[in-house]
Design a protein around this ligand. Structure first.
Ligand code: ZN
Length: 384
């Protein structure tokens, strides 16, 4: 048994007791077609990355359960839980998240802004189903991630991509106003990255500002409301979930990809801040689930997939510094979990078979009756 299997086995045993799943509810793989013959036209999918970089130790391990009360007590009992999700790719947040969105291990430099090579789920969805731009949205935590709304694929590309929101950039544009920037009042919300120098994610050129103003108008954002709400947010992810909710209520898109990132504050080395990030992400996932239940456009029509982009280094990994970074490539950093909820999901079930994070996009494509033909991952049969 390898380390990944050992971690996921203990998680399975624990969850079985917690969510009341019995051995009989472990799902076996059944034969299936890679593509549904007819998908429900009302099907909606929301993918949430529980990012950036959350270890088992602080989530679904026995010691970690105290930090994720909402996932554990409210969402897990309604979910199909995958105990072993392996990421074999580069453990950088942008490149890993882009790989989830394309279903293929992207290999570009994590710190250089560029679109992924393989087509994204947004492009399969929009081009192959002929859906309008406002039916697929990406909520990105920073300017790098904004590049993954579409790919460099010649067959697809930006014309078939997602509407992309950079919540911090929208907020900083709204705060700019005529009286000069008020960014200093919102420093904890506007921080762009936990790994690069701490600069607010403000628009940098007039053209950028104009395109953000156009997006604000298209989104029908009320500036005064946003200013006042933002002053009460704890973090960038609070802002991202606020924007996601706004998009759901305004456009009711069929496909949403929400990238959370607060947890990556772990790079600061402060364990308490890392735990705060996990607790907050746990709360925000529950808030999003509640929004789905209260929104008639989404209730009973939406499949939700929640997964970390990857883990973080283990406490005993040689060459690492425990939770702080994700540099060793160990099982602790590569092996996480996924929770599937909502439409078409068999509740109280656990899947122990290993899957990969690049299986998400082929699976989402399958839910829409599509074939993510250029992906490397495989549709997950338990969700087909
Ligand atoms: Zn990180």
């Amino acid at each position: 048994m390898n380390d990944s299997q050992r971690v996921s086995l203990s998680r399975r045993d624990f969850l079985r007791a917690t969510i009341g799943a019995t051995a009989g509810s472990l799902i076996g793989v059944r034969s299936y077609g890679a593509r549904r013959s007819s998908a429900d036209p009302k099907q909606k999918v929301i993918v949430v990355t529980f990012g950036g970089g959350a270890r088992d130790d602080e989530t679904f391990s026995i010691d970690g359960q105290q930090y994720i009360p909402h996932l554990l007590n409210t969402l897990a009992p309604q979910s199909c839980f995958f105990t072993q999700v392996v990421n074999h790719g580069i453990l950088g947040h942008y490149v890993a998240t882009a790989s989830i969105a394309t279903g293929a291990y992207e290999t570009f430099d994590n710190f250089v802004a560029q679109p992924p090579v393989h087509p994204t789920i947004f492009e399969y969805f929009r081009k192959d189903l002929r859906r309008p731009a406002d039916d697929a949205w990406l909520i990105a935590p920073g300017s790098l991630f904004a590049q993954m709304g579409s790919s460099r694929s010649r067959r697809y590309g930006p014309d078939d991509g997602a509407e992309v929101i950079l919540p911090k950039r929208l907020l900083s544009t709204v705060l700019g106003g005529n009286q000069g920037l008020e960014l200093d009042s919102y420093p904890s919300i506007l921080r762009d990255s936990y790994e690069t120098p701490d600069t607010p994610d403000a628009p940098r050129t007039d053209a950028e500002r104009e395109s953000i103003e156009a997006l604000l108008a298209r989104m029908k954002i009320d500036r005064a409301t946003l200013r006042s709400r933002a002053s009460k947010f704890e973090s960038p992810d609070d802002l991202s979930v606020y924007m996601t909710r706004h998009v759901m209520r305004t456009f009711a898109p069929s496909l949403i990809f929400l990238t959370l990132h607060d947890i990556d504050i772990a790079h600061s080395g402060a364990y308490s801040l890392y735990l705060d990030g996990i607790r907050r992400t746990d709360r925000l996932c529950a808030e999003l689930w509640n929004e789905i239940q209260q929104n008639a456009e989404y209730k009973d029509k939406t499949t939700v997939l929640i997964l970390p982009d990857f883990g973080r280094d283990g406490d005993s990994d040689p060459g690492g510094n425990g939770f702080q970074h994700h540099r060793t490539g160990s099982a602790s950093a590569r092996t996480t979990w996924m929770m599937a909820l909502g439409a078409g999901v068999r509740e109280r079930s656990i899947v122990h078979r290993p899957i990969e994070s690049i299986d998400v996009t082929p699976t989402v494509a399958g839910l829409f009756g599509l074939d993510a033909r250029l992906a490397q991952g495989k549709p997950i049969p338990e969700l087909g």
